[in-house]
Write a protein that binds this ligand. Structure first.
Ligand code: F6R
Length: 617
């Protein structure tokens, strides 16, 4: 969703704030803005569009360029109110004393606005955020509460989610941050303080981090800080953690796009995900040890997630049911949170999330916790809300993912689900020791990352050429069966997200029950075809499309002539087993979507209307 960065220290603010916003731009890019102190006033600059528009505006403004010491900045993904300048953050209260940047949604903004209007407060924007800053200003300007008390009083009256940083003209040495439902981290370096929606704008400056929990606020005053409760005026003991993200994770290196870099990184990320988590005859997953007794005896398992992570969940279901023989239900987190699933203390709920901050996934975890289920997080961001709010979990360890379209996180998630399915099967004795050993040998780095993915990536030019040929298509069908049905869904999602071409993923045989009506000479259909037990059936499905003159693109590891004859175009993957096939097919479809989007001139890393982590319902 939106990105927040704030700085308090002795340096010039703008290089730090703008540098930070550029790192956060993947979270939203409808507008950007900054506020800082200059000539005893809070000076605000806001622009519609990307951070570079804001940068140009600041470069023209002496007041902005020279601000020192204290500033807040924001990049917006619009929720309430159009993405125009008046709705861009930071927002000021009516007295122009209080400035705020906010990520989240204030759900009861209407009644509060009505109340404030009755107190003669006028609104300049259509945002829920302005309601919050006006409420803080209202309490502060009444004169009975100090700055910190006014922020607390306002936060105690709002419903919904917030990650905020607030400045006050009367307190040029103070900055207050608070969170509920929207992540915020505080970075500390001697007498300098950095706040970010995640660590990306901070990591360049310091590795010493405090993760704020829900209903906590950080009060930074002069060169000291205090973490307090939003609910009452008490200090909370907090640990400063040392994080070891690599700064390289936040740079594009030799690539023009983060997405491209992240696709390539899969040659090593999967090995990082698997490393140290197996021996030759067992799966380790230490993060689950404390709850393993309950997990292995689960009566049923729910997997809940959104988007790409939900697709990984579908693969997880297939693997867990196949190896461990436990019933698994996969639910969109946004549905799970309101539906009537049968959950109790014999249920295990696995939440999958790259960011660990997706609002619906967090709500699903909270529901599962309330019902007494054991909650397991599969997440890429240590310290994130999913990591903290589940009973136990496994980190996917694929490094920071910045491209808005998820790539390396998906293949890391399915690698963990594969290990989890095998570990469950081992404990439940639904797999023989020799079969387990064979699988573990297969998950060995040499078979996955090092050799086969690199060999696929060497075919990139051919995939690029093919993608350019199809850039003008307006619709695509993606079809697969079994483990490759989610691969088809994921291929279609990648294409529509970054190229804006309509694409649908379907189980290959289900296509006859509707989508086949779309087929004509203009509709390309991508078939994902491993040489396994589904092979003959898929050939029949291909024939059905071909006889209706549809264009056929085949992704396969088989050299069979029959496929070459049926295909208009074919991506030949390195010969492999059915599990690694899923990863290779996914990567080839990520590249296919990437090159179509590039050929169409789309902004691959920042597709329109999307944001990297969806921290609102
Ligand atoms: C698609 C994509 C989204 C995310 C979804 C869940 O490329 O990135 O569909 O997968 O928003 O996000 P996480 O995994 O962070 O919970």
């Amino acid at each position: 969703m939106c990105g927040i960065v704030a700085y308090k220290g002795h340096k010039k603010c703008f290089p730090i704030l703008l540098g930070g916003l550029k790192k956060l731009e993947y979270r939203g890019y409808d507008s950007a803005g900054v506020a800082c102190f200059y000539n005893n006033k809070i000076n605000v600059t806001r622009r519609v569009g990307k951070v570079k528009e804001l940068e140009e505006a600041i470069n023209d403004k002496k007041s902005s360029k020279n601000c020192e010491g204290l500033g807040i900045a924001h990049t917006r993904w619009a929720t309430h109110g159009e993405p125009n300048q008046k709705n861009a953050h930071p927002h000021l209260d009516q007295s122009n004393k209080i400035a705020i940047v906010h990520n989240g949604i204030i759900e009861n903004h209407e009644p509060i606005k009505k109340f404030l209007r009755s107190k003669k407060i006028q609104f300049k924007s259509d945002t829920d955020t302005e309601v919050l800053v006006q409420l803080i200003g209202y309490f502060y300007n009444k004169g009975k509460l100090n700055f910190e008390q006014s922020v607390r009083a306002a936060l105690q009256r709002v419903d919904g989610a917030y990650g905020i940083v607030v400045l006050n003209k009367d307190h040029p040495d103070m900055m207050i941050a608070a969170r509920k439902g929207s992540p915020l981290v505080l970075g500390i370096k001697d007498n300098e303080f950095f706040i970010g929606s995640d660590v990306s704008p901070i990591i360049k400056h310091t590795q010493r981090i405090i993760y704020l929990n829900d209903s906590e606020m950080a009060v930074i005053d002069g060169s000291s800080y205090d973490i307090k409760s939003v609910d009452k005026d008490v200090s909370l003991p907090k640990k400063v953690e040392k994080i070891d993200y690599k700064i390289d994770d936040f740079d594009k290196g030799k690539f023009k796009y983060f997405m491209h870099k992240e696709i390539h990184e899969q040659a090593t990320t999967i090995d990082n995900t698997l490393k140290g988590r197996t021996t030759k005859d067992s799966v380790l997953l230490h993060g689950l040890s404390e709850y393993w007794e309950e997990i292995q005896h689960a009566k049923n398992i729910y997997i809940t997630a959104c988007g790409t992570s939900w697709h990984a969940g579908l693969i997880g279901k297939n693997l867990i049911e196949r190896f461990a023989k436990v019933p698994v239900h996969v639910e969109y987190a946004s549905e799970f949170r309101y539906n009537h699933s049968i959950i109790d203390n014999e249920t295990v709920v696995i939440a999958i999330s790259q960011s660990g901050e997706t609002a619906d996934t967090l709500a699903a975890i909270s529901k599962a916790n309330d019902f007494g289920a054991v909650t397991v997080g599969i997440c890429n961001v240590p310290g994130s809300s999913v990591s903290r709010e589940t009973d136990c979990g496994v980190h996917t360890r694929c490094g920071h993912e910045i491209g808005v379209a998820s790539t390396k996180a998906f293949t890391a998630q399915i690698s963990i689900l594969y290990l989890l399915a095998l570990k469950l099967a081992d404990s439940r004795k639904t797999i023989t020791k020799s079969a387990l050993k064979k699988h573990l040998a297969m998950s060995n780095a040499k078979n996955t990352g090092q050799i086969q993915i690199k060999s696929l990536l060497r075919k990139e030019k051919a995939i690029k050429k093919m993608a350019e040929k199809y850039q003008k298509a307006s619709d695509f069908l993606y079809l697969g069966r079994g483990l490759n049905f989610p691969v088809a869904l994921e291929g279609a999602l990648k294409l529509k997200e970054i190229s804006y071409i309509h694409a649908e993923g379907y189980p290959a045989a289900e296509m006859k029950h509707g989508p086949i009506a779309l087929v004509d000479k203009n509709l390309p259909t991508v078939f994902v075809v491993p040489k396994d037990h589904t092979y003959d059936k898929i050939i029949s499905n291909i024939e059905e499309i071909r006889s209706r003159k549809g264009k056929i693109i085949i992704v396969t590891d088989s050299k069979d002539k029959i496929l070459r004859d049926l295909a208009d175009d074919l991506i030949l993957l390195p010969k492999t087993n059915q599990y690694v096939f899923v990863i290779l097919a996914t990567i080839s479809l990520q590249l296919f979507a990437f090159y179509i989007a590039v050929a169409k001139g789309c902004d691959v890393d920042q597709p329109r209307n999307l944001a990297k982590s969806v921290t609102v319902e």
